[in-house]
Each structure stands twice: as C-alpha cells, then as structure tokens.
Design a protein around this ligand. Structure first.
Ligand SMILES: Nc1ncnc2c1ncn2[C@@H]1O[C@H](COP(=O)(O)OP(=O)(O)OP(=O)(O)O)[C@@H](O)[C@H]1O
Ligand SMILES: [Mg+2]
Length: 597
C-alpha cells in the first residue's frame, strides 16, 4: 500500500468534516476566480460605456452599477475572509484529530513491543517518532492536500476563463507549465532524501545529548567533559549540516521556480500588450488577465511547495509506520487463554535463550531445566553475567525462549495471555526505577486502587517506613530527578514495596537487597517472606543469609544450570556453590559466624 493511501486511512473517521472542508476549499477557489470581475465591470461597462453582457444589470444606470460592483467586491472579499477563518479551524481540527489518533495507536503499539525491541533502539529516537513524526499525517493531509486542491481548482477555473477570453494568451502560459512540473518532479525526490537525512541526524543528536546529560555523574567523575562535548557537538554539526543542505536546496529550488514563473509572465504580458494595442482585447480584459497572471502562478508555486511538503512529510510518516509495522516478538497466541487461579508452580524445560538473532548469536541460557513447586522460595546464585537476570526475565515473558519452554502450573507460558500472566507476577528489577512522583505514588504504582492502609503495610514490610520517618514530608515526599535524592538502598526498598503491594502470586527479586546493610537486609527479607508466604518467590542474591533460607538453590554459570538443591546439600557438594560459599566465608565475618552456627 502506498504511503499516501495509508495516511488516507487516518482520514476515514473524519470523512464528513473532510468532505465539507473540501467543498468549501473549492468554493473559495471559485470566489477567488471571481475577484477581478467587479473591476472589469467598472472599467469596461461603467467607464468604457460598453453594453452590458449581463441581462439582469441592463436596467441599472451607471451609478447604480458602479455601486453594485463596489459592493460586490466587498462582499467577495468579506466572504473569502470568513471562509478562510472557518476553513482553517476546520482543517486544523481534522489534522489534529488525525495526529491524536495516530499517537494513540503508536503508543499502544510501542507498549506492546518486547524489551528486545527497545534494547535495539535509543529511546530518544522513539520519543521523536511519537512526538514529532506523527505530525506528518496532519501536514500531509491538511497542509499538503488542501492547498493542492485549491490550486488545481484555481488553475483549471482560470485556464477555462482565459481560454474563453483569448486562447493564444492562455496557450503561452500553459507552455511554461510542463517546465515547472518537470522541475518539481526531479527536485522533489532530492528533497525527500534530504528531509529523511535531516530527521535522522536530528534524532541522533537528541539521543547523544540525552546520553551526555543523563550520564553527567560519570562524565564528571571521569573528567570526560571534552570528549562528551565533542561527541554531542559532532552529532549537532551533522544535524545542522543536513538541515542546512535541505534549506539551501529548498530555497534554490524556489529560485528556479520563480525564474520560470517570470519567464511565463513576461511572455504573456508582451503578447497581451500587443493584442490590446491592436484593439483585440479590452482594458477590462487586460485587467482580468493581469490579475489572473498575478494569482495564476501562485497555485503552481503552491503545487510545487505542496509536493515538497508532502514528500517531506512522507518521510516522517514512514518512520511512524516503520514502528507500527514492527511485530512484537512476544504477543498473545490466537488461542491464548486467561489464567484461572494460579498456584505458582514453575517449570523450566530444557530452556535455551539468546538475546540477538542469527546463527552467530551467543546463548545466554542453555539447557536449563528445573522445577519450583508452588510456594517455594527459589534462590538463584552464580557469578556475574551467568544469566540470572536473563532467566527470571523469561517468566513475565519479557522474552521468549529460543528453544525449550517455561511452564506455569503446567501450561506453556506462550499459551497464556501476556497481560494475565504479568498481572500475577511482581518484579523488583536489578536497578530500581522510580517515577518523578511522590514516594506514596511510586509505591501505589503497583496497584493504583490500593487503600492507604495497604500502601502503609507494603511500605512497612519493605522497610520503607524506617527511612520515611526521617523525611519531613513523609510518604508525600517527591522523589526522582527533581525531588528528594534517595540512596540506592532506599530506592530498592521502594521498588520492593511496590512489588509487594501488587500482592502477586509470583515474586521476582533481582538482587533486591544488594545495597542494604546486613541488618536492614535481614529485616526486609523477613518482610518479604511474610508477605509471600505460600507464594512462589525467585530471589537473586549473593548474600548467604538470603540464600540459606531458600527451599531450592539454582546455581548458574555461563548460562548453564550447574547445580541445584538445598543449601545444605550444595554447600559441601564440591561444586561451584561450595567455592562461592567458601569465598564468601573468607570475605565477610558475619557469614563466617552464620556458616559456623
Ligand atoms: N539486553 C541484553 N542484550 C544482549 N545481551 C544481554 C542483555 N542482557 C544481558 N545480556 C547478556 O546475557 C548474559 C547474561 O546476563 P544477565 O544479565 O542475565 O547476567 P546476571 O547473571 O544477571 O549478571 P549480574 O549478576 O551481573 O546481574 C551476559 O553475557 C550478558 O552480556
Ligand atoms: Mg543480573
């Protein structure tokens, strides 16, 4: 389907208003054609004393005719002005509705996309597509189409009138038209590619700037300001460069068009002048020709700009459709079913997973099989990069396994509705994500309809209340980039409270307490255990104190599940866990004390 037909589909819901706008556009073009006629009547009939061509006006004397012509002129301009205002409101209204529809669709689509998709694209680029590229449908349909229709009606109408007045003059003008269109066609293509390039470099510059500002702490710590500036400015000059090329090209383009227009005007003026001298044309006819000439080239110019505009917008529309056409990797199967009561038994069967695509991709998980009974506390341990976070991200189907399958209560996750599945899972991600909102709102995000008591309870279990007491505004303290700065451990506890408030059947904790001291950690873990009694919990942890409590331990190493069992069975099994265990023995005195007890 062509890009134009596709944009046209967004017009469909507004077709009634669109047809109205279109007819009004045509009407105002016709009025525009009538503009020189009052003047012609005055010059030829009132001043020139020529017999009137219009039968209804024969009864009028000269003065009345003069007054009628002047009033007619005023009425014409007045109607055109009113029509103009109304049309603008109408067309902008339609255009904005289209943008709004497209944005809603694009956002909904983006939200369905898998994490893999977001991993491959800078978020700034996606933001640009949602915020700016969506205007393309408005400018294509409204700023492009309507001037185009006006221009065509004007051109055809004027040409018809001119041919009836003097075919030769009309012929001269029409000879220039193909030249103009040729210029438009060839140059238009180049403008499209320049406009695409400009959008892309602009979007890249935005994400570079975002990167530089977002990581300011690292930049300052490593005194990388100069390097960072160079990178951002490099992207900036690239973006400015392509904007410059586009601008220069566009203006030289209008320059060429104007010269062609002048060529036609000169020709018509010359021939028309000679005819008038011979007496073949009346003074009023010349006025009509001159007026038309002045406005005749307007529409052609507008068509030429319209083409550039439509082609430029098409670039934006394509960037939007590119996202809409991307299929979410994780989505509901056609026969996906909702979840009945969830027990929370999780089984991995020979699961293999790789982030990338293609044959050369490295598998982050291979041949992982285990079974976690409903209600179990499962601890995942293993060196960094072993695949712990990857493993738990398969549970809410952030990704699907490449082979093997993950089952919940015996059902392959791919048979379940994604939303229903995710509704039963609470997650505390490895790096805490807080929204710029109050502490309470951040916790409430887990379940917006929770009562204040429930929020309070979740906060208490997660150890949030401990530090909230020290904040003057308490739970109403704004956090995030513009609010109260929080420590890593405080943020972790808020995200834990958020997950607990959701009251999930399955809880996933990715190093939830890594930033907490041993005492606070023990407190928070006790809260989590209390909240999760009888529910399945996956916890990734390095601390022995957490690991020891687990019903099952899964030991991962470079994507393989190398050991599984209870703490007691693994600590002397002579495998990786024993090595990790002993290493921690030596490092942390409290672990020694715990190990000895
Ligand atoms: N989004 C991603 N895209 C591509 N590869 C990834 C992605 N996330 C992780 N990996 C790769 O998958 C492997 C496992 O990573 P994972 O994050 O699961 O490790 P981990 O055991 O959680 O480590 P850590 O203890 O440091 O959190 C690593 O080799 C990593 O490079
Ligand atoms: Mg991890």
């Amino acid at each position: 389907m062509s890009i134009y037909r596709r944009v046209g589909r967004y017009l469909r819901p507004h077709r009634a208003r669109f047809v109205l706008a279109l007819s009004l556009v045509a009407l105002s073009a016709v009025l525009e054609i009538g503009k020189p006629w009052p003047l012609k009547i005055v010059v030829d009939e009132v001043l020139g004393g020529k017999p009137l061509a219009l039968p209804w006006a024969r009864s009028l004397d000269s003065e009345a005719l003069l007054a009628a012509a002047c009033l007619g002129l005023l009425a014409l301009q007045g109607t055109l002005a009113l029509l103009g205002v109304y049309l603008n409101r109408l067309t902008i209204g339609i255009g904005q509705r289209m943008v709004s529809d497209l944005r809603a669709q694009l956002l909904a689509h983006l939200q369905r996309m898998s994490l893999g998709f977001f991993g491959r694209r800078p978020s700034q680029d996606l933001v640009y597509r949602v915020a700016f590229d969506t205007y393309a449908v408005q400018s294509m349909a409204m700023n492009g189409l309507f001037p185009f229709v006006t221009a065509v009606v004007l051109l055809v109408g004027m040409t018809v009138v001119m041919i009836r007045m003097n075919p030769l003059l009309a012929g001269i003008f029409l000879a220039v038209a193909p030249l103009l269109f040729l210029t438009i066609r060839t140059v238009g293509r180049r403008i499209t590619s320049l406009a695409t390039e400009q959008r892309e470099t602009e979007s890249r510059f935005l994400s570079e700037t975002q990167r530089g500002v977002g990581a300011i702490q690292v930049v300052q710590a490593f005194t990388a300001e100069a390097r960072e500036r160079e990178r951002v400015m490099d992207a900036s000059s690239r973006a400015l460069g392509s904007a410059f090329r586009l601008y220069v090209f566009e203006t030289s383009y209008s320059g060429i068009v104007n010269v062609l227009i002048a060529l036609g005007t000169a020709g018509v003026l010359y021939a028309g002048g000679r005819l008038a001298l011979k007496g073949t044309l009346s003074a009023g006819d010349i006025i009509v020709f001159v007026t038309y000439l002045a406005s005749l080239y307007g529409p052609i110019n507008s068509i030429s700009q319209t083409m550039g505009l439509i082609q430029g917008s098409a670039a934006g529309a394509r960037r939007v459709f590119e996202i809409l056409d991307a299929e979410p990797e994780v989505k509901d199967a056609p026969n996906a079913r909702p979840l009945a009561a969830v027990r929370g038994e999780v089984r991995f069967e020979d699961v293999g997973f790789a982030y990338g695509a293609g044959d050369a991709r490295a598998f982050s998980l291979e041949g992982v099989s285990f079974e976690a009974p409903a209600g179990a506390l499962v601890a995942l341990v293993g060196p960094t990069g072993a695949g712990k976070s990857t493993l738990v991200s398969l549970l809410p189907r952030f990704y699907d396994p490449v082979h093997g399958c993950v089952r919940l209560d015996g059902a392959d996750l791919r048979e379940l509705q994604v939303r229903a599945l995710r509704a039963t899972i609470g997650i505390v991600p490895q790096s805490p994500v807080l929204f710029p909102a109050t502490l309470e709102e951040n916790i409430r995000y887990g379940r917006p309809d929770a009562t204040p008591e429930e929020v309070q309870h979740a906060a208490e279990l997660a150890g949030v209340l401990q530090f909230v007491a020290t904040l003057p505004q308490g739970m109403a303290t704004p956090v995030g980039p513009e609010g109260q700065a929080l420590s890593q451990g405080q943020m972790q506890r808020i995200t834990i409270a958020r997950a607990l408030l959701k009251d999930p059947r399955i809880l996933i904790l990715d190093e939830p307490t890594s930033a907490l001291d041993a005492e606070t950690e023990a407190f928070v873990m006790r809260g989590i255990e209390r909240a999760m009694k009888g529910r399945t919990t996956f916890v990734i942890a390095h601390r022995l104190s957490t690991v020891r409590r687990a019903d099952i331990l899964l030991v991962l190493e470079t994507g393989h599940l190398v050991e599984q069992g209870t703490y007691e069975s693994l600590r002397r099994a002579g495998g990786l866990f024993q090595r990790l265990h002993e290493a921690q023995f030596l490092l942390t005195p409290d672990a020694v004390a715990e190990g000895a007890s």
